[in-house]
Design a protein around this ligand. Structure first.
Ligand code: NAP
Ligand code: GLV
Length: 306
């Protein structure tokens, strides 16, 4: 069996070492133009040339949950694209989002500013019931996040494409229920995949429908947000602020207004990182299952784009 590895922005050597240990009989190499035909590819944002030169792949494994970079390429219609199926990401995402929700609700961001000025100030408690949290996307990550936030007794709404039923979560679905979902939400968490249907979904209209004092947590993709609209709504006071982990351009350019905005917190695409050994374990198990002729979970629906 031959496997090629092509992950933009990722050091290949530790991946190759662990993959070779897990699959000692396979030939596993970093892909370069002209490489011999492989059976499987392990990728993150690979070049189109890889796909053009490797027409006989049995499957392509993405080392992340989001496949938007792959969906921009010309893919053979019958090539199974396999996304990471949690592999240690959902617990990280739950930690990050709960932290951002609680930091905002408990005004810990204000305490940070006070501390820097050596100011001992009292903030009267706010009502948890006034801080409904709405999770856009109830998939592998969104469902775990919704349950984690609900465990802190916040009212939780969720929105997905198809109907869902999750204990402790008021579930909305489809475009018809999007406005009701937004109107019921104060802290909005974006965890939908980036597709033609969701690009720019966080804009003046949608964010303007959040409850007054709304707050945005974007942990999906930067292109979900219309940056100028978000900043205008924060500056007008309709939104209290935002915590953003993902951006149109990454790294976020030094001149971008998000960096200096006092009500916007920036983190460097770090909310749920790929855990190498867990991910390799999952990929190897799936390759072995495919070799036995078995079905595997996590195959992307190319029609839906996620
Ligand atoms: P997933 O399992 O594919 O779940 C996606 C969810 O979004 C599903 O509930 C789906 O609805 C819903 N959805 C998709 N399109 C929709 C639409 N047009 N309208 C309403 N709902 C829609 O994905 P996941 O594993 O949870 O990951 C979600 C995203 O998180 C990834 O695509 C990636 O962009 C991002 N991510 C970011 C980081 C980071 O570090 N910042 C790390 C990992 C992932 P149905 O259930 O009805 O299909
Ligand atoms: C990271 O952003 C991922 O999609 O896994």
């Amino acid at each position: 069996m031959r496997i090629v590895f092509s992950c933009t922005g990722t050091k290949a050597e530790p991946w190759l070492r662990s993959l070779r240990m897990a699959l000692p009989d396979a030939q596993i190499e970093e892909w370069a133009p002209g490489a011999p035909q492989a059976d499987y590819a392990v990728v993150w944002a690979p070049p189109q040339t890889l796909l053009d030169e490797q027409p006989k792949l049995k499957a392509m494994f993405n080392i992340g949950a989001g496949v938007d970079a792959l969906m921009r390429l010309r893919l053979p219609a019958d090539l199974p694209i396999v996304r990471l199926d949690d592999a240690g990401m959902s617990v990280q995402m739950a930690e990050y989002v709960c932290h951002a929700v609680i930091r905002h609700y408990r005004e810990l961001d204000v305490c940070e500013v006070d501390e820097a000025r050596q100011r001992w100030s009292y903030h009267p408690p706010r009502l948890r019931s006034d801080f409904s949290v709405g999770i856009m996307g109830l998939g592998v990550l969104g469902e775990r996040v919704a349950k984690a936030v609900a465990a802190f007794e916040f009212p939780v709404n969720g929105w997905s494409r198809s109907p869902k039923s999750i204990d402790g979560v008021r579930c909305f679905h489809g475009q018809d229920q999007f406005h009701d979902f937004l109107a019921a939400t104060r802290i909005l968490v974006c965890l939908v995949p980036l597709t033609p249907d969701t690009v720019g979904v966080l804009n003046r209209d949608s964010l303007g429908r959040l409850k007054p004092g709304g707050y945005v947590i974007n942990v999906a993709r930067g292109a979900h947000v219309v940056d100028e609209d978000l900043i205008a709504l924060v500056d007008s006071g309709h939104l209290a602020g935002a915590t953003l982990d993902v951006f149109h351009t990454e790294p976020l350019p030094p001149e971008h207004p998000y960096w200096q905005h006092p009500k916007i917190t920036v983190t460097p695409h770090t909310s749920a990182r790929t855990e190498r050994e867990l991910s390799i374990g999952q990929i190897v198990q799936k390759i072995q299952a495919l070799e036995r002729g078995e079905k595997i979970a996590g195959v992307v629906d190319l029609g839906k784009g996620y």
